[in-house]
Every structure is written in structure tokens, then in C-alpha cells.
Design a protein around this ligand. Structure first.
Ligand SMILES: [Zn+2]
Length: 226
């Protein structure tokens, strides 16, 4: 059995209500509601709808809702903080739990999400070439270890594990990572300024590394969870 579950509303559904008169606005992606200062309250609703019976909930035999995938928050200065990817991941865990309870573990679900920045958030140790220094160490983020992809130009390096920290525990820089993959980066600068077009190939070390499959195909936290 297969089921399609849509994430509904989310960012699209930030609704504006005022104390003076109640109304709701449906926003397009990227739009922000105009609101008067000091009057009104924002409501952010995020929910999952399945094709069989609507909202994703688990119910008892009397039809009373036991678990509900819907999350409602009231963002603002005196209310909740804004909807973040942590909120989304927590909600998706609950949604998957409800789906398994209601439909059984053998029912495969396809979760469909709208394209919000919270959905695309990368893990904190994600592989990001443009966050790396040219040399090892210094102020740069610790990144996860990786496997040299199967289309690496140097065949002898393909499929090898690559640690992203040096033996002394420092985060590796662009030069070391590329040289370990067999690239000759002699004379190549670390990053273009201003930043180079995304489809460039090897104008700088960061662009060259960012085009390698393990960096290029980095999955979001949401994809990892599912
Ligand atoms: Zn470049």
C-alpha cells in the first residue's frame, strides 16, 4: 500500500488576525503580511493532509483525536519564536509516527513538502566548500567525514573514505581535501571575489570542491530524517 501525504500550509499559511476585526490572508511564497503596530497577532499553521481521509491524525474508536500532526504557533515579540527547521523536524517525526500507527509500518508514504528555507536546512556538519579555509585549521566549521565519489577524476581515489579533520584534529582546508582527491591545485586561488557563478567548474578551489558529488548532493536534514 502506498500513500501520499502533503505538507499543507506552512509558510504559505501565515495568517494575520487583528483584535479589531478578524480576517485571514493567504500569502504567496516570499510575501510578508502588512500589519499595524501593536494590533493583531500572527498565527502560523503547519499541517499534513493525506489523500485518503484528510488531516493526518490518529483517533480512538469514538473518533476522538489522540494524536494530531498539526502544529499551530503564534510568532511575535510576546509570543512564540519563528518556525524553524527544528520545529519542522520535530513535527515530521510526529507525522511519521502517526502515519505508522494509523496505516501500519508496511504502508509506504510519500511526503511532499513546499519549498521553504526551513525544509532545505543542511545539517550543522554538512559538507560546504565555501565555508572552508584554503589551509587546514583556523576558524572554520567542523565538517563530517565523507567518501570520495565514484566520478572523482583520479580513479585510484574513488570510494576511499576521506576524513575532514587532520590527524591533529584540525578541520581540513580546501587545498588538503582537493589534493587528497588527486587534484593539482597549484596556483589556484581559494575563492573568487565576487563569488563565482554556481555552474563554474574549476575557477577556484571552493567551486571545484563544491562540484564534487558528495558536496554537490548534500541532503537536507529533512531528507536525512525521512
Ligand atoms: Zn570560483
Amino acid at each position: 500500500m502506498q500513500m501520499i501525504i502533503f505538507e499543507m500550509l506552512g509558510k504559505l499559511s501565515t495568517m494575520l488576525s487583528t483584535q479589531c476585526s478578524s480576517f485571514f490572508i493567504r500569502l504567496k511564497p516570499g510575501e510578508q503580511p502588512l500589519r499595524k503596530k501593536g494590533c493583531g497577532r500572527l498565527i502560523h499553521v503547519s499541517d499534513f493532509i493525506n489523500e485518503e481521509d484528510g488531516r493526518l491524525t490518529s483517533k480512538d474508536s469514538n473518533g476522538t483525536i489522540l494524536k494530531d500532526a498539526r502544529k499551530i504557533i503564534y510568532p511575535g515579540a510576546s509570543g512564540d519564536s519563528w518556525w524553524t527547521h527544528e520545529n519542522l523536524l520535530e513535527q515530521v517525526k510526529l507525522a511519521m509516527e502517526i502515519h505508522e500507527e494509523v496505516n501500519g509500518p508496511e504502508c509506504q508514504a510519500l511526503f511532499i513538502f513546499n519549498n521553504s528555507s526551513a525544509h532545505a536546512s543542511l545539517p550543522p556538519d554538512a559538507l560546504r566548500a565555501f565555508n572552508m579555509n584554503k589551509s587546514d585549521g583556523g576558524k572554520q566549521r567542523q565538517q563530517r567525514d565523507t567518501v570520495i565519489p565514484h566520478n572523482n577524476p583520479d580513479v585510484s581515489k574513488r570510494g576511499l573514505n576521506q576524513r575532514m579533520t587532520t590527524s591533529s584534529g584540525k578541520p581540513k582546508g580546501l587545498k588538503t581535501v582537493l589534493e587528497e582527491r588527486g587534484f593539482n591545485v597549484q596556483g589556484m586561488h581559494a575563492k573568487c571575489s565576487p563569488v563565482c557563478p554556481i555552474d563554474n567548474k574549476d575557477c577556484c578551489m571552493a567551486r571545484l570542491l563544491s562540484q564534487q558529488d558528495d558536496f554537490h548532493c548534500q541532503v537536507s536534514m529533512l531528507e536525512e530524517l525521512i
